[in-house]
Design a protein around this ligand. Sequence first.
Ligand code: HEC
Length: 167
Amino acid sequence: MCCPLQRPSCRSARALPALASLTCLVLAACARHAAAPAPAAVSPPPAVRYEAHLAAGGILPGGGTLRNPHASDPAVARSGAQLFLAMNCDGCHGAGAVGFTAPDLADGRWRYGGADAEVFSSIYYGRPKGMPAFGGALGTEGVWTIVTYLRSLPVPASVATESWVDQ
Ligand code: HEC
């Protein structure tokens, strides 16, 4: 489609003086199109400094700051709910993220931290005991969309006792 005048049926058109300049323009446009650079690779987010960790001597180590670009936007949270199902998160974490073979993500208790940046990191890079890294598949925007959904879930007033020992 890009270069219709390169098709054999159109070659004779180049011989016509009236069309010559048009041909040049089209071919020049095609050359530009072909030479267009590949989209820049998305750089990974910086390392997360966990809010819940104690800092020895009260001195925080260096670390990037990740901010959820969507904050608590309800429309994004709804998209995140769809993405949660589409990516089969519910297959392990259960419908509504209330836990199944993998932990409850809606009870307000977090093994790896429940701040936006910490939840982002869990999903983007995965976690050692069976949580796959979804950053490659979902990209930064997709992960933030799901984080927005998870953080929108209301934390129940009382939650079941749970032990992580030996898991
Ligand atoms: C194959 C099963 C599986 C799938 C699919 C899966 N998870 Fe997990 N996920 C786990 C397990 C198991 C853990 C606990 C890992 C650990 O404790 O190291 C976990 C942990 C997490 C945590 C950290 C919880 C905490 O307490 O800190 C988050 C957040 C999370 N998953 C979100 C997701 C999202 C979002 C998806 C879909 C994009 C997803 N998971 C898909 C198995 C899964």
